[in-house]
Design a binder for this molecule. Structure first.
Ligand code: PMP
Length: 431
């Protein structure tokens, strides 16, 4: 497989764009961040003519694969009448009706354009209600790249034993933001209660209810319920960041699976089949600051015509396909893939662990039988080996994300899955 044209374009890009990319996460791709000229369904084609079955899927958004016709058609039609109205449209109301069918709880909703900004709004709303400045975030969880939350997402060593000091992940972060955040280990109720008992300045707890950003770790049995009870007891607002899991693991996200009600939930990624949209959901009491306008929330591109149209078309497609069946099929195909990967690894005595669901999962090279928190992930998983595996998969025609998480779409066929398992068999033996 040759990458000459991508390498040449990347050299040109680097002269104009720092690092040659517009998002830091792409910078570490091997052999260079590839340049693509088309993507359709489960496949992508790069400028050198290489074709890949894609499991990056936009890091989650492309729930129906690339460029599904029912979305491109709806967006094309709607955009004939304007793009960015800075005004309301009837379709936005229609979207809210559909969304409220998906959500397991009776929430109001507001739209924005990215997961990063919607999480900022969630924290702001919580502060406005409680009048307290601090919030709790968990090690290994990601809530966007803003200063206030870019702490202990992927701390190198996972911090000192038993110490959960906030560790900023970027140069140039506001030093003040460090004083607002309290870091805790996830899946550990005792530690959480210890913090809550000893601190009365906390407004909220934010978490990914399924830890999508570190090894796809599931909440321990009773953990989410336990956090909910602690939040009630200490009068803290519970925020579920469902930017990754929303509309992907089930129509109603992790809340549908675990039946635990947060005070605020945030969504983005899979909600609009690849178009930029984000959403906050909460009851009308929590939303009061937005209703009155006392809590500020703006955004020129919020509920723009294309994003609303794409989300509407995507959710309509899920409902028309019967939402339970849509997710059963998606997760079912993913399970076939997971089982196939496990089988070919076992045949070669390669120890791997796959955690997650069919629609997204994480493949680790480890002898651990399960990974339950970020430190277990850092201490037990051979991340270098995964990178070698991903390189080998790429030259065998399979595009994987650098971080180990796989995303399935409804466009992945059983033939794609079989080809992927065959490529994995070759790649396991070559590493
Ligand atoms: N929260 C979670 C759980 C995420 O996974 C991400 C993105 N990976 C974000 C927030 C930020 O979303 P965005 O990239 O759309 O700003």
């Amino acid at each position: 497989m040759k990458f000459d044209k991508s390498i040449k374009l990347y050299e040109e890009a680097k002269k104009m764009v720092p690092g040659g990319v517009s998002s830091g996460i792409r910078q570490t791709e091997w052999p260079v961040p590839l340049f693509f000229d088309s993507a359709k369904g489960s496949k992508m084609r790069d400028v050198d003519g290489n074709e890949f079955i894609d499991y990056v899927m936009g890091m989650g958004p492309n729930l129906f694969g690339h460029a599904p016709e029912f979305i491109t058609k709806a967006v094309y039609e709607d955009m004939q009448n304007g793009f960015c109205l800075t005004g309301q449209s009837e379709k936005e109301n229609d979207l809210s009706v559909l969304v409220r069918k998906a959500l397991p709880f009776d929430f109001q909703v507001r739209y924005a354009s990215s997961g990063t900004e919607i999480d900022q709004l969630a924290l702001r709303l919580a502060r406005s209600i409680k009048g307290k400045n601090k919030y709790i975030k968990f090690e290994g969880h990601y809530h966007g790249w803003m200063d206030s939350v870019l702490y202990n997402t992927h701390p190198e060593a996972g911090g000192k034993e038993d110490s959960y000091e906030p560790v900023g992940e970027s140069l140039g972060m506001s030093q003040g933001s460090r004083d607002e955040v309290i870091i805790a280990p996830w899946n550990d109720l005792d530690y959480l209660e210890y913090i809550l008992k000893n601190n009365d300045e906390i407004s909220s707890i934010i978490m990914e209810p399924i830890l999508w950003n570190s090894n796809v770790i599931l909440p321990k049995s009773g953990y989410l319920e336990g956090v909910r009870e602690l939040c009630n007891k200490y009068e803290i607002i519970l925020i579920f960041d469902e930017v990754g899991t929303g509309f992907r693991v089930a129509f109603g996200g992790a809340q549908e699976l675990y039946r635990v009600k947060p005070d605020i939930a945030t969504y983005a990624k899979a909600m609009a089949g690849g178009f930029p949209i984000a959403m906050i959901a909460a009851n009308s009491e929590i939303m009061e600051g937005l209703t009155s306008g006392e809590v500020v929330h703006g955004g020129s591109f919020n509920s723009n015509v294309m994003s609303v149209s794409a989300a509407h078309a995507g959710l309509t497609h899920i409902i028309n396909s019967n939402s339970d069946k849509f997710y059963k099929d998606l997760n079912g195909n993913g399970e076939i893939l997971i089982q196939g990967l496990r089988n070919v690894a076992k045949k070669q005595d390669i120890e791997i662990l796959i955690q997650g669901f069919g629609s997204f999962f994480y493949l680790s090279f480890t002898s651990a039988k399960s990974i339950n928190n970020y430190r277990e992930h850092m201490n037990n998983v051979d991340l270098k080996k995964y990178k070698e595996f991903a390189k080998s998969m790429l030259v065998n025609g399979i595009r994987l994300s650098q971080n180990g998480r796989w995303h399935l779409s409804s466009a992945h066929s059983l033939e794609d899955i079989n080809r992927t398992i065959q490529a994995a068999e070759k790649s396991f033996s070559s590493i």
